[in-house]
Design a protein around this ligand. Structure first.
Ligand code: HEM
Length: 450
C-alpha cells in the first residue's frame, strides 16, 4: 500500500506558488538546498497548476531515472526551447523517434569510436593552447572560460568536420553562448513568442541562429568534411540494425547542431572549474603535472594513456562533483502513475533531479565542500549509486560522456605539459546557473610556460 501523494512534505501553497517561483529565479541552487534542509529528501513543491517533486536522495534519483524511466518523458518546456534552436535531435525527441536516433548515434559514440577522434581533438587543442599566451610572453593572466570555450569549440568543429576552426570557432562560441542565455530565459516563459517579434533578445537570437546554421550548412557541403575519421563521416555511415536505414540529411544537420549546444559549453565549463580548483591546490596540481610528465614523456596524449593518468582523471571528476556543468533542472514528467519513495505519484507530475544538491551531500561525500580528487582514485570506495551523476543516469544518460571525458583528459594533459597554472589575487567566483553552471565573474588564472 503506497502513501498518498499529499503526505509528501513541502512548502505550503501560497499565492499560487509565486513566492516560490521568485525564490527559484533569484537563486535556484540555494532554493533547492533550503528545500532539502527544511523538508527532507522528497519534497512536494506546489507551483501554479503544476505538481512538482524534488528528488534529493540518490536512491530516489535511481528509482525514477533508471528503474521507472519508461514512465517518464522530458519536461515539455525544455525540449521545446531546444527544438526551436536545434531541431528534432536526440536531446529533445521522445518515444520511437528517440529510440531510433539514440540507437543510431550510439554507434558513433562508443568508447572505441570515440578513441578514433583523439587525434583530431589533440590537433585542435594543442594549437589553441600554444596560442594561449601572447607571442613572446612567458606568462600572462588569462580568462580561462574564454580560453576553454574557444578550445572546446575548436575541438568539436575539428572532430565533426576535420576543419581548421580559427575565427569560425570564436564567432560560433559566442553564438552558442548567446543562444544558451536566451534559451534559459525562455524556458521560464509558458511559451516562446515568435522570433520575428521586435522583443528584447529576439534580434540577437536570430543573428546567433543564422551564424550557427550557416556554419554547419557550409561544412556539410564540403565533401572532405565526411572523409577519414571525422564524426560526420561516422554519422553518415551509421545504419539502423533493424531497418538498415541511414540518418536523413536533416537529422544529421540537427545532430550537428546539438553537438555544438550540448557538447561544447558543458566541456568548457567543466574545464574552467577544473583549472580554477587545481590552480588553488598546489599539491594536487604538482601531482597531476608529474603524472603527465612521467606517463607521456613529452609525447602527444592519446586514448592509450588515459588509464595511466588516474590522478588527472580524478581531478576532473572531482571538479565535476563540486561544479557539475548541468547542475540542476534534469527534469521529467510522469506519463502514468508511479510510486516513488513509497508514495503514490500521479501521471503528469514534474520530477526534478539536482546534481548540485546530491553531489554536495555530506551523507555521501565526507567534507563535501573540499576539493579532494582522492575520492575518485581507483583504490577509493566508489560513490554511492546515484550520488554522482554529472552525465545523468538511466537510458537518457549523456550520449557524449566518453567523448567528453576523453576530450577533457587530453586537453588537461596538453595544458599541464605546456603550462604551470597558479591563481591570481581574485577569489574563486561563485557559480551562476544558466543552462550550464557558469562562474559569475571571469576566472582569471596566471599561466606560465614551463
Ligand atoms: C562535461 C561535459 C558534459 C556533461 C557534464 C554533459 C552532461 C549531460 C547531461 C546531464 C545530460 C542529460 C541527462 C538527463 O537528462 O538525464 C546530457 C545529455 C546529452 N548529452 Fe551531454 N554532457 C557533456 C558533454 C557532451 C558532449 C561532448 C556531447 C556530444 C558531443 C553530449 C551530447 C549529449 C546528448 C546528445 C544528450 C541527450 C541524450 C538523450 O537524451 O538521449 N554531451 N549530457
Amino acid at each position: 500500500m503506497s502513501l498518498p501523494f499529499d503526505a509528501i512534505p513541502g512548502p505550503p501553497r501560497r499565492w499560487w506558488g509565486l513566492p516560490l517561483l521568485r525564490a527559484m529565479a533569484r537563486d535556484y541552487l540555494g532554493h533547492c538546498e533550503a528545500l532539502q534542509r527544511r523538508h527532507g529528501d522528497l519534497v512536494r513543491v506546489p507551483i501554479l497548476a503544476e505538481r512538482t517533486l524534488d528528488l534529493f536522495h540518490p536512491e530516489l534519483a535511481r528509482e525514477a531515472l533508471v528503474e521507472q524511466a519508461d514512465a517518464l518523458v522530458r519536461w515539455r518546456r525544455g525540449p521545446e526551447v531546444f527544438a526551436e534552436i536545434s531541431g528534432q535531435n536526440v536531446l529533445v525527441t521522445e518515444g520511437d523517434t528517440w529510440r531510433r536516433q539514440r540507437r543510431l548515434l550510439m554507434q558513433a559514440f562508443t568508447p572505441r569510436k570515440v578513441a578514433g577522434y583523439a587525434r583530431l581533438m589533440t590537433d585542435a587543442a594543442a594549437a589553441g593552447l600554444d596560442a594561449a599566451l601572447p607571442a613572446g610572453a612567458d606568462a600572462a593572466e588569462v580568462d580561462m572560460d574564454a580560453l576553454f570555450s574557444g578550445l572546446a569549440m575548436d575541438v568539436i568543429l575539428h572532430t565533426l568536420f576535420g576543419s581548421a576552426a580559427g575565427a569560425d570557432a570564436r564567432a560560433s562560441a559566442a553564438a552558442v553562448r548567446r543562444l544558451g542565455e536566451i534559451g534559459f530565459r525562455e524556458m521560464f516563459w509558458p511559451r516562446t513568442l515568435p522570433d520575428w517579434l521586435p522583443l528584447p533578445g529576439k534580434a540577437a537570437k536570430r543573428r546567433a541562429l543564422r551564424q550557427l546554421r550557416g556554419l554547419i550548412a557550409g561544412h556539410l557541403a564540403r565533401p572532405e568534411a565526411a572523409r577519414g575519421d571525422t564524426l560526420l563521416a561516422m554519422l553518415r555511415a551509421v545504419r539502423d540494425d533493424e531497418s538498415g536505414a541511414a540518418l536523413a540529411e536533416q537529422e544529421i544537420f540537427d545532430q550537428c547542431m546539438i553537438g555544438f549546444l550540448a557538447g561544447h559549453e558543458t566541456s568548457a565549463t567543466a574545464l574552467t572549474w577544473w583549472a580554477a580548483l587545481l590552480a588553488r591546490d598546489e599539491a594536487a596540481a604538482a601531482r597531476a603535472t608529474d603524472e603527465v610528465d612521467r606517463v607521456l614523456r613529452g609525447a602527444v596524449p592519446g586514448p592509450e594513456h588515459v588509464a595511466a593518468l588516474p590522478w588527472l582523471g580524478a581531478t576532473l571528476k572531482e571538479a565535476m562533483r563540486l561544479y557539475p556543468p548541468i547542475a540542476a533542472l534534469m527534469t521529467r514528467r510522469t506519463t502514468r502513475p508511479i510510486t516513488l519513495g513509497g508514495h503514490a505519484v500521479p501521471a503528469r507530475t514534474l520530477l526534478r533531479v539536482t546534481p548540485w544538491v546530491l553531489q554536495r551531500d555530506a551523507r555521501f561525500f565526507a567534507a563535501p565542500e573540499r576539493f579532494d580528487p582522492a575520492r575518485f582514485m581507483p583504490e577509493a570506495e566508489p560513490p554511492a549509486r546515484g550520488a554522482y551523476l554529472p552525465f545523468g543516469i538511466g537510458p537518457r544518460v549523456c550520449l557524449g560522456q566518453h567523448f567528453a571525458l576523453l576530450e577533457m583528459t587530453l586537453i588537461g594533459a596538453l595544458l599541464l605539459q605546456r603550462l604551470r597554472i597558479t591563481p591570481t589575487a581574485e577569489p574563486l567566483p561563485p557559480p551562476r546557473l544558466h543552462v550550464t553552471l557558469r562562474p559569475r565573474q571571469a576566472v582569471r588564472l596566471r599561466l606560465q610556460r614551463r
